[in-house]
Design a protein around this ligand. Sequence first.
Ligand SMILES: [Ca+2]
Ligand SMILES: [Ca+2]
Length: 73
Amino acid sequence: MKKLILALTFGTFAVSSALAETSFNTVDADANGGVTYAEAVNAGMPWSEEQFNNADQNADGVLDETEFKAALL
Ligand SMILES: [Ca+2]
Ligand SMILES: [Ca+2]
């Protein structure tokens, strides 16, 4: 079990740096200008729902491009 957690931790790090290059438009699958949690997960973002909600600064349920980019930093 510990090995699995370790692997997941390393995996998340690798994914995070790659995601810095992920474009907002790619994740916004229906191109409506906002990324829902479902879109983020479908695009492979390693976010928990809590992380998503923290990134959603105006709490409208979607990340706009500014919120999305801030969440990647
Ligand atoms: Ca969308
Ligand atoms: Ca928002």
